[in-house]
Design a binder for this molecule. Structure first.
Ligand code: SF4
Length: 156
């Protein structure tokens, strides 16, 4: 059964920079969880950052936090761990939190800490995309559900 990499905060884990979760209330997520097919990761925590932590955004090819500290290394390390998990479990699909500097797959914050979003991918989403892993978000979860149902329907 196809495994899926999922942002830890979607499962209600309080791993976000502000110490909160961002639970994704979609019934399919619970079904997948019960089926044991979710591989759960917070790339920023996996990369060595703490909870809570300073907000961070991508800027000039790296990632800086709101106090100007360069946290690019931690973000890269978290992305590498996500990729290793995907390779280990032969994962082809990820469901990651949109807008995050790690997990965002379509839009991210623009690096000015002003709340402005621009087109782009978070560090983890970009690395997975480079390795042909399809990244979905809360905005496109229905597409992922349809894709997996179709695949598994075809395999029956
Ligand atoms: S890095 Fe990803 S999994 Fe971790 S809190 Fe941010 S959006 Fe959630």
């Amino acid at each position: 059964m196809e495994k899926i990499l999922v942002s830890s905060c979607f499962l209600g884990n309080r791993v976000r920079y502000d110490g909160e979760a961002k639970a994704l209330m979609h019934p399919q997520l619970q079904t997948w969880k019960q089926q044991g097919r979710l591989i759960v990761l917070c790339p920023e925590v996996a990369g060595g950052l703490s909870v809570p932590r300073a907000r961070a955004e991508q800027r000039d090819g790296g990632v800086i936090d709101e106090y100007g500290n360069d946290v690019s290394k931690q973000f890269s390390l978290g992305a590498q761990q996500a990729l290793s998990l995907c390779q280990h479990y032969k994962i082809k699909f990820a469901l990651l939190k949109e807008y995050s500097p790690s997990c965002g797959s379509t839009l991210i914050y623009d690096g000015t800490f002003s709340g402005k979003k621009v087109e782009g991918k978070g560090v983890t989403a970009a690395l997975l995309h480079q390795h042909k892993i399809k990244v979905f978000s809360e905005e496109s979860v229905e597409q992922l559900v349809a894709l997996i149902n179709k695949q598994e329907g075809n395999n029956q």
